[in-house]
Design a protein around this ligand. Structure first.
Ligand code: MOS
Length: 736
């Protein structure tokens, strides 16, 4: 194959559509006769509804319906759980009873002719409650601690507690991370239209197959009766992995008024019922002998969840395999609160857990006077010691070499508070990053068209990484065609089913399925090409080869046929399906993870405590890079998320009622252009023959993991002050 497109910096195939506004997002789809729905959220944090003055509002201009638990139909809510749903508990059943479980829970939906009418009526709707004080603080004495379900069991090797008592150097500290909310530019939005018993949704989702299955289960419909469309996503970071109540409400409202209904969440509502990164509290203890060899690691983490579901994430998982250490004990507990269920947010678990672990390791390096990178590399394992099996590949040492070289780590003065630029304190910090290299079963379809073009379809999403572009490259690569001959389509539930667009597994999963579909298409094309009358008639598969989209007698390109020749010959397109899943034996034999090294530089004003990012340099071992342009963009985006986690993002709940008090962009701080410093992402060469035939490990999540601890460690290096909580604010740096 001479046309190699994997590895090329192809610009986004959908770039023009996005910048010219022809790319349509969920809220852009309008239906004839559509009405507008606005959700009313509970204004108490716990209790029950005692009265709803709906009649007053029903008479307001343009109002078509006020739907509450009093007039909503009982919905079947058939059992349904996908991989992204909590294993324990039951999803919120919306408008099915008078109970209020958390602040902002949907308690009514107003449908009107215009958005203005619906908003005005929703604001006027008076509801009375019997309320009591919710528990919303996981550190409250009253908060329970429960063990999560299987998959997050306590783990232990050796005797960490004992080893730590004998360590020459030891750190034992508690680290806290605030609740964060995903704040993609695009809000959640659903337009719902019923055609008899068939439901069509234009909806923002990272998991098309599940949105269809979930809504079918909620309404008791066969899955074939639900169609989900989501061609574009304006960022999601995990918030659109689950199908939240607003999707049900849009469908319910449309059925109630017998017209299509559009429902778009407000920015404020994005803080209520669509998940959040759970607030966490973690104790980490690390101990080393006098040579800097780790002798014990202990990691106990607590994350918040709701009362009605147990959301669990990989909070302590990385601690099991990050370092070589004979004695490691990890424990993870959940604190159920009167809050909506948290969910996955970029690097879910890993990003939080590694902040605690990599802060503690950094503290240990100062305690023993060893360079923090050197301490890490001294404890680099040769195998996954938790699973007792080899890594499919692990390039952390090379990552540190590359990152340190580009960063100029050798110019760093190891002494805290020793580096200055004028009156500013300069700090340089390091942290490791890691994320599992997942792959999930996926399907795809390749259609060779008579005009020589190729259609490729999969029910995937593209929340920003560039799925349209990278999958086009995969198909072009394996068909041996230029990328402009390929049209990749995603975002429809009637395309072949794929897993959720999350977990950094889209390329490994969907890309592998497309590769298989390409091979199947070639096999079908070869079968047609060797039929009687063809110039390749009679040749066996072994006698032929594909070169640049042409099938010819092996070693003789003069006797060849293109896809177009072959398809045209018989008129009808060739339609080939492919599926892929990870080989079980490889999954059992190898520990599969990406690794990375993140170095950060901050400048801190010693008088007023302002923290400014100067640089972040990351180097990652993520297997094969399908598109370096997209990969770099993924990484810089993740670094920016990490800057938000380190220095800005925090959802504050009012202790009296659980109301998010900063549920808007003025007070929920996120990095804007001026907060973003020079960002560099590098990729080390990594040929991993085990993860999947594409050799890709994925990089959506690892791009965020590691950034926050690198920044926190840089803050310590700049100031000599250890901040064990995120986000780090001015007052933390200034306070004593
Ligand atoms: Mo990612 S948190 O799996 O969208």
């Amino acid at each position: 194959m001479t046309i190699a497109t994997i590895g090329k910096p192809l610009t986004r195939v959908d770039g023009r559509a996005k910048v010219t506004g022809t790319a349509l997002y969920a809220a852009d789809f309008n239906q004839p006769d559509q009405l507008y729905a606005v959700i009313v959220g509970a204004s108490v944090g716990l209790g029950r509804i005692t009265d709803i003055m709906a009649a007053e509002v029903e008479r307001m201009p343009g109002v078509k319906a006020v739907i509450t638990h009093q007039n909503a139909p009982q919905l079947p809510y058939l059992p349904h759980k996908a991989v992204i749903d909590p294993a324990v508990g039951e999803r919120l059943h919306v408008l099915q009873d008078e109970m209020v479980r958390f602040y902002g829970q949907p308690v009514a939906v107003v449908v009107a002719d215009t958005l203005d009418d619906a908003e005005r009526a929703a604001a006027a709707l008076r509801i009375q409650y019997h309320s009591s004080r919710p528990l919303v603080d996981p550190t409250d004495q009253m908060a329970e601690r429960i063990a999560p379900s299987a998959g997050h069991a306590d783990r232990s090797r050796g005797d960490a507690d004992h080893a730590l008592t004998e360590a020459a150097y030891k750190i034992d500290a508690v680290y806290e991370i605030a609740r964060e909310n995903h704040n993609p530019m695009e809000p959640h939005a659903t337009t719902a239209a019923w055609e008899d018993e068939r439901l069509i949704l234009w909806s923002k989702t990272q998991y098309i197959a599940n949105e269809r299955a979930e809504i079918a289960a909620v309404f008791g419909l066969p899955v074939e009766s639900v169609q989900v469309n989501c061609p574009f996503i304006g960022g999601a970071f995990g918030t659109s992995l689950r199908t939240w109540p607003h999707v049900t409400l849009a469908a319910l409202a449309a059925r109630h008024v017998r017209r299509p209904v559009k429902l778009v969440l407000t920015r404020k509502q994005m803080f209520f019922t669509t998940g959040h990164r759970p607030r966490t509290q973690q104790r980490v203890a690390v101990g080393a002998n006098s040579e800097g060899k780790l002798v014990g690691i202990l990691h106990e983490g607590v994350g918040e969840t709701s009362r009605y579901e147990q959301f669990a994430e990989a909070l302590t998982a990385v601690t099991d395999y990050m370092y070589s250490c004979p004695n490691v004990r990890t424990q993870y507990r959940l604190a159920p609160l009167d809050t909506g269920t948290p969910n996955h947010m970029r690097g879910p678990g890993e990003a939080s857990g590694i902040f605690a672990l990599e802060s503690a390791i950094d503290e240990l390096s100062y305690a023993m006077g060893m360079d923090p990178i050197k301490l890490r590399l001294r404890n680099e394992p040769t195998i996954d010691e938790a699973e007792n099996k080899p890594f499919s590949s692990r390039s952390l040492t090379q990552c540190y070499d590359v990152a340190a070289e580009h960063f100029g780590w050798s110019r760093r003065n190891p002494e805290p508070r020793s580096m200055r630029d004028g009156r500013l304190l300069i700090g340089m910090g390091a942290a490791s990053a890691t994320y599992p290299a997942f792959q999930a079963p996926a399907n795809a379809l390749v259609r060779l068209m008579p005009d020589g073009s190729v259609e490729v379809e999969a029910a995937a999403s593209d929340m920003g990484p560039g799925t349209y572009t990278s999958m086009t490259q995969v198909a072009a690569e394996f068909l041996g065609l230029p990328t402009d001959r390929i049209r990749f389509r995603l975002g429809r539930s009637d395309y072949p089913e794929t897993p959720s667009h999350g977990g950094s597994w889209t390329m490994a999963s969907v890309g592998s399925a497309i590769r298989e579909a390409c091979f199947e298409a070639q096999a079908q094309a070869a079968a047609r090409a060797t039929q009687p009358g063809s110039k390749l008639h009679g040749l066996l598969a072994a006698d032929m080869e594909w070169v640049d989209g042409r099938l010819h007698r092996r070693g003789d390109p003069s006797q060849g046929l293109s896809y177009q020749d072959i398809v045209n010959g018989s008129g009808s397109p060739i339609e080939a399906r492919g599926s892929a899943r990870r080989a079980q034996d490889l999954a059992e034999k190898y520990s599969m993870h990406s690794f990375g090294a993140v170095l950060a530089e901050v400048a801190i004003d010693p008088d007023v405590g302002t923290i400014r990012m100067r640089r972040v340099v990351g180097a990652y071992g993520i297997g094969r890079v399908v598109n370096p342009l997209l990969a770099r963009s993924q990484c810089t985006g993740g670094m920016i998320g990490g800057i938000g986690m380190a220095l800005m993002e925090r959802t504050v709940l009012d202790a009296r009622d659980g109301r998010p008090v900063n549920a808007h962009m003025a007070d929920y701080l996120m990095p804007v252009n001026l907060d973003v410093p020079q960002l560099e992402a590098h990729f080390v060469e990594e040929a991993d023959p085990h993860v999947n035939p594409l050799g890709v490990k994925g990089l959506g999540e690892i791009a965020l993991v590691g950034t926050a601890p690198a920044i926190a460690n840089a803050v310590f290096h700049a100031t000599g002050k250890r901040i064990r909580k995120l986000p780090i604010y001015i007052e933390d740096v200034l306070g004593n």
